[in-house]
Ligand binder design. Structure first.
Ligand SMILES: CC(C)(COP(=O)(O)OP(=O)(O)OC[C@H]1O[C@@H](n2cnc3c(N)ncnc32)[C@H](O)[C@@H]1OP(=O)(O)O)[C@@H](O)C(=O)NCCC(=O)NCCS
Length: 216
């Protein structure tokens, strides 16, 4: 069931979303599959030692990272990548245990590309995709001093609790009552907020545009 929903979602978004920024870089958001495992490992290896530790909650050698990417359960993962000028610079993963309606979100953005909104784009994509395939909740785990992750989880409405030395932040993915299903009879799948008439750019109210000038 999960695999079918996931595959139909990724087939539809195979070409990805491409943004051309004013000052040059080509930014593409698309779903990742097992064929991207090498790129995925390359991205994780380029994280700074501190960011790599924040991502995995422990030190990870290059070999361990390569093994993680190769052995990731790609069939039960929803993963999105952000490619900048063709190189994978940010990854968001939503891992789901077989038969579960709860997932775990992890996210990473390379240092030079941080603070430009990419983390928020990745987490938002995972929240929408998780909702679309019928998950009820998603968890994010991070160490207490990880303020960027705390800000990110707050931005998607996650509720943090402190347990066993890590912050566990839970996002409720159940669609609010005022959402209209994309397809009638689609159960919990296919929810999309109807845009208000004449509601401009399609960006969420208060959301910030991607700003490639931050890639200093
Ligand atoms: C966490 C991470 C993915 C954020 O990526 P990013 O692309 O910089 O994220 P964004 O640009 O969308 O910014 C995230 C938020 O952090 C805030 N932020 C950035 N630097 C900050 C800082 N030093 N202190 C507090 N908040 C900060 C931003 O203002 C933003 O909040 P806002 O949208 O409310 O303004 C990135 O820092 C990273 O890869 N960290 C290492 C891996 C990790 O910690 N993963 C989490 C555990 S799985």
């Amino acid at each position: 069931m999960f695999v079918t929903s996931r595959n139909s979602l990724f087939r539809r978004s195979l070409s990805g979303l491409v943004f051309r920024t004013e000052d040059g870089p080509r930014v593409e958001l698309r779903g990742l599959t097992e064929y991207d495992a090498k790129e995925h490992a390359g991205h994780l290896k380029r994280l700074s030692p501190q960011d790599r530790r924040l991502r995995f909650h422990s030190m990870m050698s290059d070999n361990a990272v390569a093994l993680y990417s190769r052995r990731m359960d790609w069939q039960h993962a929803l993963a999105f990548g952000i490619f900048i000028d063709g190189t994978l610079r940010g990854v968001g993963e939503l891992l789901v245990a077989d038969g579960s309606d709860d997932g775990e979100i992890s996210v990473s953005v390379e240092h030079r590309f941080q603070k430009a909104g990419l983390g928020r784009v990745l987490v938002s994509a995972l929240v929408l995709a998780g909702r679309r395939i019928g998950l009820k909740t998603a968890h994010m785990y991070f160490v207490p001093g990880n303020e960027r992750m705390r800000a990110l989880s707050r931005a998607v409405g996650a509720k943090p609790t402190f347990a066993g030395g890590v912050v566990e932040s839970v996002i409720d993915l159940e669609p609010p009552a005022d959402r209209t299903p994309l397809r009638s009879g689609g159960g919990r799948r296919g929810w999309l907020k109807k845009p208000a008439a004449g509601s401009g750019s399609g960006r969420a109210p208060g959301s910030k545009p991607l700003n490639s000038r931050h890639f200093a």
